[in-house]
Design a protein around this ligand. Structure first.
Ligand code: NAD
Length: 309
């Protein structure tokens, strides 16, 4: 697995390309527009520079990583000789299916084709595939060059060698992969995240806490613990008799709504999309540039700690 193709140079694509290049892979990244590639290069360079400033990479490592990435707007050129194609184009089924058709018609039978989809089942992604057994989902988290987890999703017809090779590749590039035992909407992390968000939104709607207070409470509790001690381990440490009582007493009072809250729909309708429009739960004046910088700076410190473990 030496030649890696990354399709899509957006939020996720550029981070994944950087990650593969840092792991000494030959990376080709493809976007439809030159301007997207230029932006991706700038973002990767900035991200690597911060790692150098923090002593996680040398200047030489950074230059070498950058030199391993080639940029193209030509899909055929991008997938030529690819061992592993990582598709990270927008979450649009038709666009993904059209792209897979071109990939399958132009790569060798040994090429592994992966999608970074957050929502589409593998069965849907492979509905027109000639070789569905070599497709697999590798679901990264933003920013992919920093967040350790990759959820690997297979289905019954997925070739077990492809699962193994993909798992090993994720380990090789420094990730913490988890292979789901069966496919389910939202995989592991987003299911748990949405369950928590449902309750956080409920607390806001009931006037119990502001968005800011919820962030303070969660950063100082689960946020503090979970990088090193996951939710299940934490219960062992607390005592399962306490967990049983807590779950029993609180569960009946939690929100079980299946609707997106109306305040969230209104925010989106009013173009309050977060950093993209400078207004979300918080206000920004630089499209979140400072917020992203601060986040990545903290994430890198945390990554250094995790790597020392
Ligand atoms: N953003 C996240 O936090 C996140 C997290 C995990 C997974 N994902 C998944 O990753 C994938 C990419 O998401 P993103 O947030 O990077 O999107 P994005 O919109 O930031 O980037 C998508 C890129 O694909 C390009 N593109 C658009 N249409 C295309 C087409 N027809 N063919 C080829 N390229 C095309 C765009 O120009 C852009 O460079 C999606 O499947 C998404 O669900 C996103």
């Amino acid at each position: 697995m030496q030649n890696i193709t990354v399709l899509g140079a957006g939020v996720m694509g550029h981070g994944a390309a950087q990650l593969f290049a840092q792991a000494r892979k030959n990376v080709r990244i493809r976007a439809r527009r030159e301007s997207s590639l230029e932006k991706a290069k700038e973002l990767m360079t900035n991200s690597l520079k911060i790692m150098v400033d923090k002593g996680m990479l040398t200047e030489n490592d950074m230059q070498e990583a950058l030199s391993r990435i080639t940029y193209t707007t030509d899909l055929h050129e991008a997938i030529r000789d690819a061992d592993f194609v990582f598709e990270s184009i927008p979450e649009d089924l038709e666009k993904k299916l059209d792209t897979y058709e071109i990939i399958e018609n132009n790569v060798s039978d040994k090429t592994i084709i992966t999608s970074n989809t957050s929502t589409f089942p593998l069965e849907e992604l492979t509905q027109k595939a000639k070789h569905p057994e070599r497709f697999i989902i590798t679901h990264f988290f933003n920013p992919p060059q920093l967040v350790p987890i990759v959820e690997i999703v297979k289905v019954e017809h997925t070739d077990e060698n492809i699962v193994k090779t993909t798992y090993n590749l994720m380990k090789e590039i420094g990730k913490s992969p988890v292979v789901l035992k069966k496919e389910i909407t939202g995989f592991i992390v987003n299911r748990v995240q949405v369950a928590m968000l449902r309750e956080a939104f409920n607390l806001m709607e009931q006037g119990v806490a502001t968005a800011e207070d919820i962030d303070i409470a969660m950063k100082g509790s689960m946020g503090f613990k979970w990088g090193f001690c996951g939710p299940m381990e934490s219960q062992d440490l607390a005592g399962l008799q306490t967990t049983k009582a807590m779950v029993g007493n609180i569960l009946q009072d939690l929100s079980n709504t299946r609707e997106v809250p109306s305040f969230l729909k209104e925010m989106v309708e009013n173009d309050q999309l977060g950093i993209r429009t400078n207004q979300g739960f918080y206000k920004y004046d630089d499209n979140g540039e400072q917020a992203i910088h601060t986040r990545d700076d903290h994430f890198l410190d945390l990554l250094k700690l995790l790597q020392r473990k």
